[in-house]
Design a protein around this ligand. Structure first.
Ligand SMILES: CCCCCCCCCC(=O)SCCNC(=O)CCNC(=O)[C@H](O)C(C)(C)COP(=O)(O)OP(=O)(O)OC[C@H]1O[C@@H](n2cnc3c(N)ncnc32)[C@H](O)[C@@H]1OP(=O)(O)O
Length: 215
């Protein structure tokens, strides 16, 4: 399957890539929030748009074909940098930093106004997105990576924008199937719960080196 690339990037080259693109990604996240909440007048907005167009013109001068994919290096860390949840080069990603413990994974993160669904609350699709990632990471961390087959989400109460924690763990495995559970909590407790089945796809079962992650 395409999108899984092994390259010879050195640790230094990976750090340079991160240092080059992470600041502009973070600025773009800030921009998304400002698009929603700025109250400057039309003339100021038009001026900002001119600056943005200039930035787009510069960045468009050299663009890779296709999405980022999942890049593995023989020397440095794996880079899921285009991922919609954890991608450090993806301004759509909050991004989450996921900590892998022996028996579970977790992440403390903030969701800005860009993730709003009902007023002041997180969009239900965004909660599902985050839980899909966390449950998938739990499956991979347990040594049984897979693609999401089925994800069931229960919204117990509204999830406020702002500071949140997501956690996930593997419940059991059955052959190629891994059953994982997880939740998103605010300071008051659980807001959303999920359970999912992660399946090692047929095409990966026969490969000698199975992928470590599916993103
Ligand atoms: C550190 C790593 C971090 C990784 C994080 C990743 C998080 C993000 C995860 C994703 O978002 S993945 C993207 C969303 N998912 C997909 O796009 C999956 C699309 N579907 C497929 O690729 C295939 O349908 C799938 C791999 C799920 C199953 O196809 P297979 O041909 O490999 O399955 P097969 O027919 O051999 O069935 C294997 C077993 O799984 C069961 N199964 C198949 N599809 C299922 C399904 N959808 N839900 C539940 N069970 C399913 C099937 O019944 C069977 O059970 P039994 O062995 O008990 O008979």
């Amino acid at each position: 399957m395409s999108g899984y690339q092994v390259d010879d990037a050195t640790v230094e080259e990976i750090e340079t890539e991160r240092a080059t693109y992470e600041p502009i990604t973070e600025a773009t996240r800030r921009l998304a929030d400002l698009c929603i909440r700025s109250q400057v007048d039309a003339a100021s907005t038009a001026r900002a748009l001119e600056h943005l167009q200039a930035a787009i013109d510069v960045l468009s001068q050299d663009v890779a074909e296709g999405p980022y994919g999942l890049r593995h290096s023989r020397q440095g860390p794996t880079r899921p940098w285009g991922n919609a949840v954890v991608g450090v080069r993806n301004p759509v990603a909050p991004p989450l930093k996921v900590v892998h413990e022996t028996d579970h994974v977790w992440s403390d993160f903030e969701l800005s106004s860009a993730y709003e669904g009902p007023p002041s609350l997180v969009h239900g699709g965004v909660s599902a997105l985050i839980l899909d990632q966390l449950l998938g990471e739990a499956a991979a961390a347990a040594g049984s990576p897979g693609m999401t087959g089925t994800l069931t989400v229960r919204y117990r109460r509204g999830t406020p924008l702002g500071a949140l924690r997501a956690e996930a763990r593997v419940e059991r495995t059955e052959g190629y199937k891994t059953f994982a559970v997880g939740q998103i909590c605010d300071a008051e407790g659980v807001c959303v719960e999920a359970e999912g089945v992660f399946i090692l796809p047929r095409w990966a079962r026969s490969e000698q080196e199975q992928p470590e992650r599916f993103e």
